[in-house]
Design a protein around this ligand. Sequence first.
Ligand code: 5GP
Ligand code: MN
Length: 344
Amino acid sequence: MPDLSKYTKRISEHFLNSGNIVLISHINPDGDAVGSQLALFHYLKSRSIKAEMIAPNNLQEFLKWMEGSEKIRIFISQRDKCRNIIEKADLIVMVDFNQPDRLGEMKDIVVRSGAVKVIIDHHLNPRGFADIEISDPAFSSTTELVHEIVTQINGKPYFTRPYSEAVYVGIVTDTGNFEHGSYTSNTLRVVADLLENGIEKNRILDLLFNNFSETRLRLQGFALNERMAILHEYNTAYIWLTRDDLNSFRYVKGDTEGFVNLPLSIKGIIFSVFFVEKDGFVKLSLRSKGNFPVNEFASRFFSGGGHLNASGGEFRGTLENSIRYFRKVLEENFEEFNGNNSLR
Ligand code: 5GP
Ligand code: MN
């Protein structure tokens, strides 16, 4: 467990001495981003410290049951109000990202703000745009780190139902319900404490993972049957979905969450990419096993980043061109990226 005390004292002082606090999550906020925002919000509220919450765009549908999520303002739906809040802020706490690009349309307003900026995160390669940066990839999730920070600020672990649920949601979504190797003994200790303090694990898991539409499951079947290519030579698989595909299965935000992991269950596949067509660009999710660094792959070829085994990025252009480009850079660079892969 890294020593957080040098940060927590300063953060605690900023929480106590700031008049206008804003908690900000990243674009396409996931369970960990929203969980981190809400955990901080609920803790601060218990100390009578008010905070606003803003996300660059809409939350995934399956997170909207979380207590307090309705208080998160969506920048693209309330631009003027959100700009006003950010411009008035004297403390901005950003969670679950460390690069200004992850702020979407809010980027310039936040970067220009004179507020004290804090980053709490667990991704690699921080971009250094905050005054206090706690960015530690040793944590399974940002909520696990938030929980450690709150424990230190509070002097003892803090548990209330909405707070504990938020921490738990971040951990279970970012670890794929403990399927990915990103959790540690500390993660399990935190989860054990949450369970001992009354968290309703089965209800939450149902809300997160068994709460989808029929069309979502059919979309998954379609993606695997009709839109998956396997490149055995490169131990690689990819899935792509067009806008029309999404429309015909009545896609809602969050429906394709987890699709990128599915090809990794095929024997021999160590690299999986999911392409989804957006307006004028293509969004990519990348996953790997072993030492294949998908964060470097995403940052070098798709202006993205993330973790060693889970990253994301984008391609400006058509879906067809993004796949063509991907296959080209894969062929040219596979050996280099896979060079020291122990799973080979
Ligand atoms: P996902 O595939 O679930 O969208 O993202 C996987 C991981 O990659 C997450 O930890 C996320 O923070 C990171 N990530 C996703 N998209 C981007 C991106 O466009 N830029 C950067 N820097 N990181 C991304
Ligand atoms: Mn995260």
